[in-house]
Design a protein around this ligand. Structure first.
Ligand SMILES: NC(=O)c1ccc[n+]([C@@H]2O[C@H](COP(=O)([O-])OP(=O)(O)OC[C@H]3O[C@@H](n4cnc5c(N)ncnc54)[C@H](OP(=O)(O)O)[C@@H]3O)[C@@H](O)[C@H]2O)c1
Length: 322
């Protein structure tokens, strides 16, 4: 971390926010009249996708992105690729930017590179991928291949996938940042058992981003990891925000509570994502989809009002009672 700049950004962000935590839920409490209260309601009447700053630089990114794990691992058949073209087109139209991939995701990196390159503004997007191997040379080789597949001269975010040999790769990434081959570094994992290790990395100031599992039915990250990321100025990307789609099974054929309209929640998808975005430590959620309608639905979660802490508690009760 570039010490003084990050500290300045954190200090500035923290002042006047009235930020404390509901200990049992890890939910930020917003004081009436505070600047944060405005942050929660500022987008109330707009259809613009909300953005949040990457603490290490202050650069803003949209709060809803796109995961590509299974969905973009497709062959050349038109019927497989056309929906993905639509997904990216809709994402562009809505102002979405963050696309997350990995060499672990089969053909996904190549498909992302090919389809974004076909578009008018491939540089509109914020490209994130990962390194998933052991050893310095193997890591360098894999990262170079990923950049070639995704057709990037500079990768916006390079993350160490599932913490595999992260000490080695983070050293390489420090050098790569200086050479402008990558802009930001990060580490990822998808299980609660990794959270204490991620917390140590967050507090050590080694990364700009972490990417972790967090959903309404998988809330371990709320306890310590997200507050630590907030305190130490580390951006947070959320993977598996729908618990791999399992959340939709829980609400099948169930109507949304009527009060959801008051917080601009128009679908169960938005209900699940807005709960996560209500936590200010979250920078961006990356639901995976190959369905353009779902993409539009997901982007909608980054628009309008966000739930405050009381509403988030109410949301948890709704889900528990189903
Ligand atoms: N260790 C790691 O670094 C790691 C681990 C896991 C995941 N990830 C990243 O996180 C991303 C997201 O995780 P995930 O894909 O496993 O799980 P997820 O985002 O929680 O759920 C994806 C599922 O939700 C469905 N879905 C998406 N939007 C929907 C909507 N609006 N309405 C109804 N269904 C919807 C998708 O189906 P449709 O295609 O039909 O929309 C898909 O079945 C991955 O793609 C990957 O980029 C990283």
């Amino acid at each position: 971390m570039k010490g003084s700049r990050r500290k300045w950004i954190i200090k500035t962000a923290a002042s006047g926010l009235g930020f404390s935590l509901l200990p049992q839920l890890g939910i930020p409490q917003i004081k009436r009249g505070s600047r944060n209260e405005h942050a929660y309601s500022a987008n109330r009447f707009t259809s613009e996708l909300m953005q949040r700053p990457i603490p290490s630089s202050g650069e803003k990114i949209p709060v809803v992105g796109l995961g590509t794990w299974i969905q973009f691992d497709v062959g050349n058949a038109k019927e497989e690729k056309d929906p993905l073209r639509e997904v990216l087109k809709e994402m562009y139209k809505k102002g979405g930017k963050v696309i997350d991939s990995s060499p672990m995701y089969g053909r996904s990196e190549r498909v992302v590179g090919e389809l974004t390159q076909e578009m008018d503004q491939p540089d509109h997007f914020f490209y994130a991928t990962k390194v998933w191997t052991s050893g310095r040379e193997a890591g360098i080789r894999q990262m170079r291949e990923s950049m070639q597949k995704m057709r990037r001269k500079t990768m916006d975010l390079m993350q160490v996938h599932n913490l595999v040999d992260y000490q080695t790769h983070l050293k390489t990434l420090e050098t790569w940042k200086k050479e402008s081959l990558v802009r930001y570094s990060g580490v990822t994992h998808y299980t609660a058992s990794s959270h204490s290790q991620l917390e140590n990395i967050v507090t050590s100031g080694l990364v700009d981003f972490i990417q972790v599992n967090y959903s309404m039915v998988d809330r371990n990250a709320e306890k310590r990891l997200l507050p630590a990321a907030k305190d130490h100025g580390v951006a947070v990307i959320i993977n598996r925000p729908y618990a791999q789609g399992n959340l939709f099974g829980k609400v099948k054929n169930k109507p949304l509570p009527q009060w959801c309209e008051e917080v601009d929640i128009h679908s169960w998808g938005q209900f699940f994502l807005k709960y996560l975005l209500g936590n200010e430590a979250v920078t961006c959620v990356i639901p995976g989809t190959s369905n353009p309608k779902h993409l539009v639905d997901n982007m909608g979660a980054g628009m309008g009002k966000l739930p405050d802490d009381q509403t988030r508690v109410k949301m948890l009760h709704v889900l528990e009672k189903l």
